[in-house]
Design a protein around this ligand. Structure first.
Ligand SMILES: Nc1ncnc2c1ncn2[C@@H]1O[C@H](COP(=O)(O)OP(=O)(O)O)[C@@H](O)[C@H]1O
Ligand SMILES: [Mg+2]
Length: 326
């Protein structure tokens, strides 16, 4: 059984212009001890997907349909009190903007200890000991003394380590990291990703890693879900995705990746459709170099193109149906 399995998730926001389908028909799963990347342009629904998993969608947004199963149990059926014992405990979130998530008036130690005491029945002394351990685990030098410092005394990279420490403090089974390195410079970014990967291996934890950067996906992930305009448009293991991308949007993202050698980048022209007024057919049709009239007739299903490799495209053929094109 997968650790987390999402089926046909839809999350909507009422707006003056109509109902915005921020997440629409999202399905994927994460196995124990694996890293799933969610990749896609800004505004495609990555953060709202992660907030839906924790049932923290900001009102008036709401989960309209679907299921989110943690080891077979649908989180959407739980009472809020049951959900509270899952958040931060079995599923931890490193939010998209961690710099503003640390409270400037409390010490780093107080904030980590608060997280530990919330979920585990331990004494203050034991919570402090665990907080120091977890700061050491994220390689914060002199954790024993730095635990009593305030967030402003830490650099951006060190604050991000603190956020990871806080997320790890209750040994979650699933860590959701929403663009955890976007605000950091390239060197610190690499250090943080290395750190996350080594901790993930040490603890056999699963990670849902949200990023708009395919380079990060290639480095970190076992599987990838590519999102476009609220929907998963491709899902595969990482080697397969890079070797045989099956969705023109994914191919476009790959061509817009910076390359060593300074080759010119080709960004994807145009804009995604309005989430209030989605087209009848493929959402990528207006930007797609391979578009055909049939693409505009109906939303393409997420179809298995190769074993374990799914894509929403009626033009790029399936090797399973059509071995001649393999
Ligand atoms: N608080 C909100 N109110 C209304 N619409 C929202 C709100 N938050 C997000 N959305 C809508 O949901 C879409 C997806 O947002 P988000 O998941 O944050 O994108 P991403 O993380 O991929 O950049 C946005 O394009 C926006 O239209
Ligand atoms: Mg986001």
């Amino acid at each position: 059984m997968p650790l987390l399995e999402i089926q046909n998730l839809a999350t909507t926001f009422p707006t003056e212009a109509g109902l915005a389908k921020a997440v629409d028909d999202v399905s994927f799963k994460i196995d124990k001890g694996k890293v799933l990347g969610i990749v896609g342009e800004s505004g495609c629904g990555k953060s709202i997907t992660s907030l839906s998993i924790l049932r923290l969608v900001p009102p008036p947004g709401r989960i309209a349909s679907g299921s989110i199963k943690l080891e077979g149990q649908n989180l959407l059926d739980l009472k809020e009190s049951q959900m509270q014992s899952i958040r931060g405990n079995r599923i931890a979130l490193i939010p998209q903007d961690p710099m503003t998530s640390l409270n400037p008036v409390y010490t780093i130690g107080d904030q980590i200890m608060e997280a530990i005491e919330l979920h585990q029945k331990v004494s203050k002394q034991e919570a402090r000991k665990r907080a120091i351990e977890v700061l050491e685990r994220v390689r914060i030098p002199e954790a024993k003394s730095r635990i009593d410092e305030y967030p402003h005394q830490f650099s951006g990279g060190m604050r991000q380590r603190v956020m990871i420490a806080m997320a790890l403090s209750c040994e979650p089974e699933l860590l959701i990291a929403d663009e955890p390195t976007t605000a950091l410079d390239v060197t610190v970014q690499a250090q943080i990703l290395d750190l996350m990967r080594s901790i993930q291996k040490e603890q056999d934890m699963s990670i849902l890693l949200i990023t708009h950067d395919l380079g990060v996906v290639a480095e970190m992930c076992d599987h990838v879900a590519v999102m476009y305009a609220g929907a998963v448009v491709e899902y595969a293991n990482v080697q397969d995705l890079f070797a045989h991308p099956r969705m023109p949007y994914t191919i476009g993202l790959m061509h817009s990746l910076p390359r060593p050698g300074g080759e010119r980048l080709t960004p994807i022209e145009g804009q995604p459709p309005s989430l209030v007024n989605l087209p009848r057919g493929c959402r990528f049709a207006d930007r797609c170099p391979l578009v055909e009239p049939r693409c505009r007739e109906a939303v393409p299903p997420l179809e298995e193109k190769r074993p374990g490799h799914f894509a929403r495209c009626v033009v790029v053929a399936s090797e399973m149906e059509n071995p001649a094109r393999a």
